[in-house]
Design a binder for this molecule. Structure first.
Ligand SMILES: Nc1ncnc2c1ncn2[C@@H]1O[C@H](COP(=O)(O)OP(=O)(O)OP(=O)(O)O)[C@@H](O)[C@H]1O
Ligand SMILES: [Mg+2]
Length: 244
């Protein structure tokens, strides 16, 4: 079986700065894959390249065998890929439900009517525990609520590959635990594939079956959480531990 997402020799330069260099990896359908790396490692750039917000300088990205390079974000979204933004980007004046309705009509789900989009959206809101605030303007939600709305909106597009950029950042430990439970449940129920960027390492180790580690734009390690936890390159980058 071929991978759902296949990244080969991916590189991105911003002027003189190399944000990503020669990154290759594959993601199988139905997996939860974590992306680790310090500030500036190139994690968000990787999502922007996959989602079509930014164009690669080198390499290829394939989704179910089709190259994404050169496609617009809306085209990539309709193919079944949705991302969240590290700085949350709801339509602030729209209601929570309105934010999801828009996603459902313009994403892969392609609901024909607002009524049809609303029905599907309410189910997503129930899954994310946001149904109580469906009618509130998005701007009135707490940070935890806005992070959940980002996730809900990505799911409401009907995407099967969802890119989550620090959706647990700034949450309390209790909120992080609740988000982890929600992500696990929704991923299993909907058969989603998740790529997850997170600085909360424990959360990532807990959630993911596979981890990818970026350092200065390069992929320095990948594997299951146990092997990454023992990987010398990773330990030396994160903790300055060296076997010498
Ligand atoms: N649009 C851009 N123009 C110029 N430089 C950029 C742009 N986007 C990112 N960069 C640079 O590319 C590098 C990688 O940034 P990126 O946002 O991908 O890192 P990150 O791993 O997501 O970091 P963080 O953990 O802080 O979110 C950084 O040096 C950043 O300043
Ligand atoms: Mg980032």
């Amino acid at each position: 079986m071929s991978a759902l997402l296949s990244i080969k020799g991916l590189g991105k330069r911003f002027g003189g700065l190399t944000a990503l260099e020669d990154v290759s990896f594959e993601v199988d359908a139905g997996r939860i894959v974590g992306i680790m790396g310090a500030n500036g490692a190139g994690k968000t750039t990787m999502f922007s390249l996959i989602a079509g917000n930014v164009r690669p300088s080198m390499g290829d990205i394939r989704f179910r065998g089709d190259s994404l390079v050169g496609r617009r974000p809306d085209q990539i979204c309709r193919m079944g890929i949705a991302r969240t933004f590290q700085i949350v980007k709801p339509f602030p004046a729209l209601s929570v439900l309105g934010n999801l309705r828009t996603a459902g009509m313009f994403g892969k789900a392609q609901h024909r009517s607002a009524a049809q989009a609303d029905e599907a959206s309410m189910q997503v809101l129930r899954d994310l525990g946001l149904d109580d605030v469906a009618d509130r303007p998005a701007s009135t939600l707490t940070l935890a609520g806005q992070k959940r709305l980002e996730v809900a909106r990505a799911i409401a597009t009907g995407a099967e590959l969802i890119l989550l950029d620090e959706v647990m950042a700034g949450l309390t430990p209790v909120e992080v635990a609740a988000m982890l439970d929600t992500l696990r449940r929704v991923q299993a129920e909907r058969g989603l594939t998740l790529l997850v960027i997170e600085h909360v390492m424990r959360a990532l180790m807990d959630l993911c079956s596979h981890l990818i580690v970026l350092h200065h734009g390069r992929l320095i390690a990948e594997g299951d959480p146990q092997s990454i936890g023992r990987n010398e390159k990773v330990l030396s980058v994160y903790f300055g531990v060296s076997s010498e």
